[in-house]
Design a protein around this ligand. Structure first.
Ligand code: G3P
Ligand code: CA
Length: 243
């Protein structure tokens, strides 16, 4: 089972910062999960929320700041004083570091309720222009979103990209939705795992990655299911566990 470090290893370091991604690498997670938005000047940045209030010393919407304005805020000290000075990462900065690691990558497009027009094209173009020769984009990177039109668009731009359908409720006919947008994975909240859907997905060659598994109880629950992977704030808790 693949263990993705959720927003980096956010249990140990400020989420979606270089400190969290380096921690994920040090813990030997299989992969990293992160979230992307677009700034006022059209730059992709790595952050979970649509605003910076919770994870920085600033306040306001990402879409209302330029990248250089966002860089002035501190994204580390809210978590712990020792992380003072962590800056928001542009996706480009992250990616140039990431391609030198052996990790898998799940990029979540944070579209909706704020909709970033053109974010899919910007993401695909950035990945392709920065990936070094020999880097296997399609095997290493998986793009997900709760906003499924973004996943449809990714496949329109390049059908070789793998996509994952995120959901945090119990949608009707989720596999019909997956097939309609030619997606490759289901990404349910663990509350919404059910054997029937997982087995039907497997028959269609669709993998299942489930979020966010942090406690022993949650891990025990998901261990009953044949999953492709999980997302965890504490990836080291589940690495090399036999299930
Ligand atoms: O991709 C799994 C998980 O990250 C989705 O929820 O809110 O943590 O982005 P959230
Ligand atoms: Ca996410």
């Amino acid at each position: 089972m693949i263990i993705y470090a959720h927003r980096g290893a956010r249990g140990y370091a400020p989420e979606n910062t270089m400190a969290a991604f380096k921690k994920a690498l040090a813990l030997k997670a299989d992969g990293i999960e992160l979230d992307v938005h677009t700034t006022k000047d059209g730059q992709l940045v790595v952050c979970h929320d649509h605003n910076i209030d919770r994870t920085s010393n600033g306040s306001g919407w990402i879409r209302d700041f330029t990248l250089s304005e966002l860089k002035a805020f501190d994204f580390g000290k809210w978590f712990d004083e020792k992380y003072r000075g962590e800056q928001i990462l542009s996706f480009e900065e992250f990616f140039l570091w990431y391609v030198k690691t052996p990790l898998l990558l799940n990029i979540e497009i944070k579209n909706g309720p704020v909709v970033y027009q053109g974010i899919e094209k910007e993401l695909v173009t950035t990945i392709k222009s920065l990936a070094p020769a020999g880097f296997n984009i399609y095997d290493r990177i998986l793009i997900s979103s709760f906003y499924h039109p973004s996943l449809y668009k990714i496949k329109e731009l390049d059908s070789k990209f793998k996509t994952g359908v995120l959901y945090d409720s119990r949608p009707m006919n989720v596999l019909e939705q997956v097939k309609a947008i030619n997606a490759d994975y289901l990404h349910p909240h663990w509350h919404y795992l059910d054997r029937e859907t997982i087995e039907a997905a497997q028959e269609l060659g669709i993998g299942v990655n489930c979020y966010t598994i942090n406690t022993e109880e949650e891990f025990k629950f998901i261990s009953e299911f044949p999953l492709t992977g999980i997302f965890s704030d504490y990836p080291d808790r589940w690495l090399r566990r036999n299930i």
